[in-house]
Design a protein around this ligand. Structure first.
Ligand code: 5GP
Length: 113
């Protein structure tokens, strides 16, 4: 079964894709927590951070670099923003296709609740 995000990456589910290359895709979160809320996702299915392997270094690094560029493009780089990867149950992960949240555009609260 393809993951929800795999379907978005392949264009089988509607979303606002803001960036795509051979390794990652970024699209706006359907339920934004802040004025900017973008998900940066590896094109290949990696379920969680726990499933990253040494050979995934390039895709993991690309996720951060793309987040940084999108923050600039969104105009939130200078004020600041937060990058979050939730992992498994205690981390509050809902979708089991690795993704990084880029959240900003307002003052954010405490890092963990
Ligand atoms: P998690 O809790 O797994 O770290 O985050 C999953 C995120 O995916 C949530 O912020 C949720 O709003 C977002 N999301 C869930 N379903 C969809 C969808 O169909 N489209 C988009 N664009 N985002 C989704």
């Amino acid at each position: 079964m393809p993951t929800l995000f795999a379907k978005i990456i392949r264009g089988e589910l509607p979303s606002e894709i803001v960036y795509q290359d051979e390794l990652v895709t970024a699209f706006r979160d359907i339920s934004p927590a802040a004025p900017t809320h973008i998900l940066i996702v590896p094109n290949k299915v990696i379920r969680t951070v726990n499933d990253l392997r040494d050979e995934d270094e390039k895709v993991a690094g690309r996720m951060v670099i793309v987040a940084k560029k999108l923050a600039e493009r969104e105009g939130i780089a200078e004020d600041g923003y937060r990058l979050i990867i939730n992992c498994n149950r205690h981390g509050g992960q809902d979708v089991y296709h690795l993704h990084m949240h880029l959240i900003g555009g307002r003052q954010l609260g405490p890092i963990a609740q």
